[in-house]
Design a protein around this ligand. Structure first.
Ligand code: 5AD
Ligand code: SF4
Length: 436
């Protein structure tokens, strides 16, 4: 067995959702704590972690092509670890198909990376897709430097078993991290520079602690951190929007007026076949309650077109729901059969060209509403959290409370909260005028 010198440099490439971005950051911190440093831009890394996503099509194929691309001119490869949900779902297969991969590590096992790296340098390949009872979080080093916006995973996994979705299989059952751990991590993030924290979970609004406190209690406690200016959470299930959490949108000024609440489809038969356990109407009623306490809330959602058996008329119901809501921004996808999920073997799989056509129509409606939402914001004064420099000298980019990208010129710095008047709207961003 060929041995490899211990890696000096690493690169973590994360794909997919924000949870993967968070996991990627934590893996980077873990590798940093081992004395491995991030490879510079353009530098060949000794260790590459591909932190993969399995939610939709071609994810696995993409991993194999990424692995191929890591091969160097002399035929050698860096130490490659495949992490994330493709690792969880197809670990053994990856090992069999890609000899360059030395480590396969699932989303619940990545705290064991250092030991796996040590084995890999001795020429031993390892797969760890355990979902251990002890959580990885306790075994990870403390948070280091972060930018003005940070993610904090509070909940992982899903018990909902929507019939199209791999998450319950790749991320496992719903678990909530303990209240005190989360408050401590939030303090660390703020000390490291975060002004905004987004609480993450596959079903973040299902978060509960042992004393049955819900997400609103956590948000309330985090609101008391003076230097923390903004709190967001994503992503939520309509059935877990409790009265308490809805009330928090009216009561807690640091909780930003933005709600990502996926609906997936607007037809009740389709929703039932998806095992969504809500109807179009019950979803709309939840939104009414949120709007009652926070009239300016920006609404967001996810949609799937072409679920097996979806008829043209059923798809029209999705468009009707979109018209009824008036979303600020959304994600929409063509249904993608995921191996091992119930929907993958359902009758009535929809032809690709039908899906294309439906997606185009849906996205046209969503784009129209997004532009309209942005245009309605023109003339408003709001706070922008500055995230980075813009393309032009003196230009800055940041986010409005409604999660819109805003650019402006003038005196500012990264991490500052500045007052602007929104003066011009495009589909994807707004121009702001800095107020004194
Ligand atoms: N096909 C298409 N979209 C999917 N999503 C989840 N599973 C699938 C699938 N099999 C979408 C849902 C979910 C988002 C994260 O990804 O809209 O809310
Ligand atoms: Fe997947 Fe449904 Fe769970 Fe969301 S609620 S992660 S779509 S199973």
């Amino acid at each position: 067995m060929a041995t490899t010198p211990p890696p000096q440099t690493y690169r973590v490439k994360s794909f997919g959702c924000q949870m993967n971005v968070y996991d990627g950051e934590r893996m980077a911190e873990l590798l940093g704590a081992q004395g491995i440093r991030p490879a510079a831009e353009g530098e060949d890394a000794d260790l590459v972690v591909l932190n993969t996503c399995h939610i939709r099509e071609k994810a696995a194929e993409k991993v194999y092509s990424d692995i191929g691309r890591l091969r160097r001119d002399d035929g050698s490869s860096p130490l490659i670890a495949v992490a994330g949900c493709v690792a969880q779902a197809e670990g053994e297969e990856i090992m069999a198909r890609a000899p360059a991969v030395k480590m396969v590590v699932g989303p619940q096992a990545y705290h064991r990376l250092p030991a796996m790296i040590e084995q890999a340098t001795l020429g031993k390949r390892a797969v760890d897709t355990d979902m251990p009872a002890e959580t990885k979080f306790g075994a990870l080093p403390a948070r280091r430097k972060v930018g003005p916006t940070a993610f904090l995973t509070v909940q992982e996994g899903c018990d909902k078993f929507c019939t199209y979705c791999v998450v319950p299989y790749t991320r496992g059952a719903e678990i909530s991290r303990p209240f005190n751990d989360l408050v401590a991590e939030a303090h660390k993030l703020v000390e490291a520079g975060a002004r905004e924290i987004t609480l993450l979970g596959q079903n973040v609004n299902a978060w509960r602690d042992d004393s049955n406190r819900g997400l609103e209690k956590l948000i309330e406690t985090l609101s008391e951190i003076p230097e923390l200016a903004r709190i967001r959470y994503t992503t939520s299930h309509p059935n877990d929007m409790t009265d308490g959490l809805i009330a928090a949108h009216g009561d807690l000024p640091k909780l930003m007026p933005f709600l990502h609440l996926p609906v997936q489809a607007g037809n009740d038969r389709v929703l039932k076949a998806m095992n969504r356990s809500h109807t179009a109407d019950s979803y709309l009623r939840v939104l009414d309650r949120v709007r009652a306490v926070r009239p300016d809330i920006a609404l967001s959602g996810d949609f799937i077109v072409g679920f097996p058996g979806e008829t043209d008329a059923e798809f029209e119901d999705t468009l009707k729901l979109v018209d009824a809501v008036g979303y600020a921004q959304c994600f929409s996808f063509k249904y993608s059969p995921r191996p091992g999920t119930p929907a993958a073997t359902m009758d009535g799989q929809i032809a690709p060209e039908v899906m294309d056509e439906r997606l185009q129509r849906l996205q046209a409606a969503l784009n129209r509403d997004q532009l309209a939402f942005n245009q309605r914001s023109v003339g408003q004064r709001c706070t922008v959290l500055v995230e980075r420099k813009g393309k032009y000298p003196g230009q800055w980019l940041g986010k409005s409370p409604w999660l819109q990208s805003v650019h402006f010129t003038g005196e500012a710095e990264i991490g500052a909260l500045v007052e602007v008047e929104l003066v011009e709207a495009g589909p994807n961003s707004l121009a702001g005028r800095l107020l004194a």
